[in-house]
Write a protein that binds this ligand. Sequence first.
Ligand code: AHR
Length: 657
Amino acid sequence: MSNRIKLISVTFLYILVSISLNAQKLKNGKKISRDLFGLFFEDINYSADGGLYAELVQNRSFEYTPTEQKDWNPYSFWEYTATGYSFGRISVETNSPINPNNPHYMVLDVEHIGNEAKFTGVSGVGLKNTGFAGIVVKANEKYNFSMFVRQLSKEPISFNISLQTAKGKVLAEAKLTTNSTDWKKYTASLVVSESDENANLVILATSEGKLALDVLSLFPEKTFKNRPNGLRTDLAQLLADMKPSFIRFPGGCLVHGDGLGNMYRWKNTIGPIEERKEQRNIWGYNQTAGLGYFEYFQLCEDIGAKPLPVLPAAVSCQNSGNTWSIGGTGQKVLPLSEMNDYIQEVLDLIEWANGPVTSIWGGKRAAAGHPAPFNLQYVGIGNEDKITPEFEERFKMIFNAITAKHPEIVVIGTVGPSPDGEDFTKGWKFAKELKVPIVDEHYYTSPEWFISNQHRYDTYNRNSTEVYLGEYASWGNKMRNAIAEAAYMTSLERNGDVVRMASYAPLFAKKDYTQWKTDMVFFDNTKVSLTPNYYVQKMFSANQGNYYYDNIILKDEKDMNLAASCVQDSKSGDIILKMVNFGKDAKLFKINLGSFGSIALQAEQSVFAGNADAENTIDKPQTVIPVNSTIKIKKSFEYYTPAMSLTVIRIITKEIK
Ligand code: AHR
């Protein structure tokens, strides 16, 4: 047989294999959720401002206050700067702001611009911003500056905008002249001559006069998918690489907030950035809402994930004002007289996401640049709330209104912060009575807990409310934590007919700005450290299936350190095997793919193994990483899982590369 004929017959045989495999085997599998593994995003640990959100200026709108941090105020992260023997004055004022949501602005009174022959630099009066512990710029790259100015004196005012090293060396500069006594936006492009990790942004008025300044912003031109007001490329890309089914947003405790005034209200986070309402972040800093609902939905679309917004259940966090420390409940509730408006706010979100452009809120989405609907399917109501009668009353009102107007929306309820206990029991009872489709379980606990609770969901009722495991993690970022989670995740796949979704939490943590110790990805202004937990999450979420098969992988069933699952993705036909060994020695697994009929000979294998105490850090980010290879397999084969490991074998059924 010639090589060409051989190739044609192999290809033909292969197509037959794929077709028969897709047609036959899916029937015998148990249908499981397509949306099982997704992401939880909360602006905790500087995840958004100073993190994923690519804005480089800190306190761009002069809205920082001492309620966020004792020594913060509207001047924080800004320095008054006068050069070349110039002088002037600055003050923060609130009369006629750009928008009532953005009340503070800086007034610059330029009294004198120096003109001394001995000074060779740019003479001026203005401000310097130090960014989020320095501004990172790269040689030859473009940075987009913008600011709002209202001239308080009649004459136009000229500006020199520059990026400078800490020692004052100019890396990029541009000039601007104002021409309006109304608030007006001015923009400039800065192309940087050399890279610097600790640059400052300097805005100097170079002619005399008085003016108001607000929303001084600097973005790299290169953001994820080049979106304006966009996201840091490296951080967004590593989320995309995970191929998550969904992204939950904006939290976490950030959702219900520290008191009623601190609840996350979605309408404050859309529209032009100068009209968004900044507020105290429950985790002790400021949130600009620059990464708001629009940017979040856009991110979901850009990486192929379903949005899962979580809205407050009209009650604040029960720990408001640190009441957890006295064992009390600080839960505050919206007065019933405000519930109609609040319910409308929830319904408006659905219209904003899915409504036609001719609707009020669909029109606002279109005006922001997205006429097509975002296809919102899930909405969470409440986060870990204390299950009080007041909570139940409000949740029920919101739930009934959503289901009456939008039966197509799947509502997710909440059952407290623990895997059991009073709120868990009361929350489940309430959700079942109300026929809430899904509830959100949360637990942070030891690796051993995850190993010994792998059968938790085996006995959950399949004909009742389903589970979204919205926040979970074992305490730590070592290999043993990640592998315990991997074992547990095989049990989520096995129970994917009752566990609809799951997301590890929290996602991001900025080095030196961390409020929560165990996180999935650590980063600083330039570097990223992917934890073992990240790799495990990625190996599961990038290898999801929608059919589950028992009895394909055989192992010692008495050994709780061993876990396995076999799923198939009906779109690609690929069969995915996951094998976990939490023990100290290599262990044998036997795989029998006989019931799949013919199978492809080639598979992609990813082995993630390491010392139980191994971890990655910002300075040593690659201590433990998965090792990928292409392997040949047989219908039936044996595999020794290394100690403390997760192995994923993906049998490619449609295409041999
Ligand atoms: O993930 C961190 C926090 O843990 C979340 O904000 C909260 O919901 C949970 O208690």
